[in-house]
Design a protein around this ligand. Structure first.
Ligand SMILES: Cc1ncc(C[n+]2csc(CCOP(=O)(O)OP(=O)(O)O)c2C)c(N)n1
Ligand SMILES: [Mg+2]
Length: 564
């Protein structure tokens, strides 16, 4: 049967199981949007800026493990997606971005709103397509979805000229994809698995580094079995938070620049590092020269390009984390490591966070802690970038799998609000808390309109320190307190929310924190709380950039009894 390119796209999306798209339209994409009206099965979320469409699709993908779809018109619409696509690429999030292009006869003529978006996004997409032949469109969509969500997930862009959207051709949806050269192994090499299990069985001070790969492959049970059976302590990267229960006795927190002192000391003292689905990002490893100096390294990752990229590896295993760890568990002996674990427990006690230093102050750590207490961890937290993000990572206990959705690799301010939108659309039954920076919030706060229009009951906590806080912290520590352009004038965020029809509260004192969080939770719809926190509070512990993990700056004092 003959169909237009726009219909073929919609039919193909349906066959890929797409039930929601995030986007905003324009001239070149009008045929597609016009056709969307015939497909009410596909929910359209009308955003206010394309960056938000990409972040929302990205977060939707992270919470559902399905491909998130964003749509933009040609030219500025497409270029506005770029940051969001790069964000998804850095954090291995499966996404398909659909952009419109000017008609084929206009290409190369600097036509109105013509941009070479496939050229622009080449380094930040897993793959991209320019559809020059309408008969190729169905096959292209099939491949795009396959590529986006197999092997190491990532964004794929499809650029569709306006006249391709309008042209009628025969529609046949391919049954399968046939991509020569796109191969991957899930199983992991048996000999390597054997070597790894031997190292684990023989280790005295092993530590597991859990990354986002554990979450992507949903290897929660397998990781737990490995850790429990062999009694191996687990630390995680920022994006690995939620791979292992945050309240488990074997969990020692996040490693890296703002990781717990205990986690970093564990890595530095270990005789075996078992890195699972993580890529040794510099924020996680510190200076690679001094990284885990006494340890052999096992690295399990689906992407062979990650092996040996930043850290020399003794036993590489390329494969799907879940499949590999499952195979390893069959050969792992029961272990004990009593001495090692009691050493870690001692470090955890001695270097616990001294958040309670001054009880009368409104400290950001306290705010996050109270959000945790109020939700009991039964929530998805979507922070921004900077101090708020680190406090959200450190002070909320992520007991549920995949409950922290954060921009890690790109560190994109403004991710928080659209990210929370995508999370809520993907998991409508979950409580979603957006923990925003006052700076980052202003980068995408136009999306309050989308939240209202789409009736998304998101709870927003602005950690308002009046600063681009993390940058200010670096100025304080490394630029002799020269606060160049980090002080922010802010609007009254409660009034901003009110203008959009969202109720809110301003919190200036510690006693007001809990009642405000309660009020937000009791409110059936969206709610915004503006927490005016201590302006110059810093994130500790900290490993200064360029230092190795063992050199923990401002190691906090041992916690006073009865903190919080
Ligand atoms: C789009 C973007 N621009 C600039 C930066 C650099 N940057 C990192 S953290 C930060 C400050 C963030 O301020 P705010 O959102 O208020 O969060 P806070 O650190 O105060 O919690 C900046 C400017 C960034 N990460 N992203
Ligand atoms: Mg701030």
């Amino acid at each position: 049967m003959k169909k237009t390119g726009a219909q073929i796209l919609c039919e193909s999306l349906l066959r890929e199981g797409v039930d929601v798209i995030f986007g905003i339209l324009g001239g070149a994409i009008l045929p597609i949007y016009d056709t969307f009206s015939q497909y009410p099965q596909i929910r359209r979320i009308l955003v206010r800026h394309e960056q938000a469409a990409a972040h929302a699709a990205d977060a939707y993908a992270r919470v559902t493990h399905r491909v998130g779809v964003c749509v933009a018109t040609s030219g500025p619409g497409a270029t506005n997606l770029v940051t969001g696509i790069a964000n998804a690429y850095m954090d291995s999030s499966p996404m398909v971005a659909i952009t419109a292009q000017v008609g084929r006869s206009f290409i190369g003529k600097d036509a109105f709103q013509e941009t070479d978006i496939t050229g622009i996004t080449l380094p930040i997409t897993k793959h991209n397509y320019f559809v020059s032949d309408t008969t190729e469109l169905a096959k292209t969509v099939k491949e795009a979805f396959y590529i986006a969500n197999t092997r190491r997930p990532g964004p794929v862009l499809i650029d569709i000229p306006k006249d391709v959207q309008q042209e009628e051709v025969e529609f046949v949806y391919p049954e399968r994809v046939d991509l020569a050269g796109y191969k991957f192994v899930s199983k992991g090499h048996a000999v390597q698995i054997k070597k790894a299990t031997q190292l684990i069985n023989d280790a005295e001070r092993p530590v597991i580094l859990a990354g986002r790969g554990v979450i992507i492959s949903q290897a929660y049970d397998e990781l737990k079995e490995l850790a429990e059976k062999a009694q191996i302590p687990v630390v995680s990267t920022l994006l690995g938070i939620g791979a292992f229960p945050g309240n488990h006795v074997l969990y020692y927190g996040m490693m890296g620049m703002h990781g717990t002192a205990c986690a970093n000391m564990a890595v530095q003292s270990a005789d075996l590092v078992v890195a699972i689905g993580m890529r040794f990002d510099d924020r996680a490893t510190g200076n690679t020269e001094g990284f885990a100096p006494h340890a052999r390294v096992i690295h399990i990752d689906i992407d062979p390009a990650e092996i040996g990229k930043n850290i020399a590896v003794d036993v590489p295993i390329v494969g799907d984390v879940r499949t590999v760890v499952r195979a390893m568990n069959r050969e792992i002996r029961r272990g004990e490591h009593l001495e090692w674990l009691s050493q870690l427990d001692k470090w955890a006690r001695d270097y616990a966070s001294p958040e309670s230093r001054e009880d009368h102050l409104l400290l950001p750590q306290y705010v996050i802690r109270q959000i945790y207490e109020a939700t009991q961890g039964d929530a998805i937290v979507v922070p921004g970038i900077g101090q708020n993000q680190m406090w959200a990572a450190q002070n909320f206990v992520y007991t549920k799998p995949n409950s922290l959705i954060s921009s890690g690799g790109l560190g994109t301010m403004g991710f928080e609000l659209p990210g929370a939108m995508g999370a809520k659309v993907g998991r409508p039954d979950e409580v979603v808390w957006c923990v925003a920076g006052d700076g980052g919030f202003q980068m995408t706060m136009q999306e309050l309109a989308t939240i209202v229009q789409e009736k998304l009951a998101i709870k927003i906590a602005i950690i308002n320190n009046g600063y681009l806080g993390m940058v200010r912290q670096w100025q304080e520590l490394f630029y002799e307190r020269r606060y160049v352009d980090t002080k922010l004038w802010n609007p009254d965020f409660v009034k901003v929310a009110e203008a959009y029809g969202i109720p809110g509260a301003r919190v200036e004192r510690r006693e007001e924190v809990v009642p405000a969080i309660r009020q937000a939770m009791d409110c059936p719809g969206a709610f915004l709380i503006d927490f005016l926190v201590e302006p110059e509070e810093n994130v500790y512990p900290m490993v200064a950039p360029g230092e190795s993990l063992g050199r923990i700056l401002h190691m906090p004092k041992p916690a006073a009894a009865g903190s919080y």
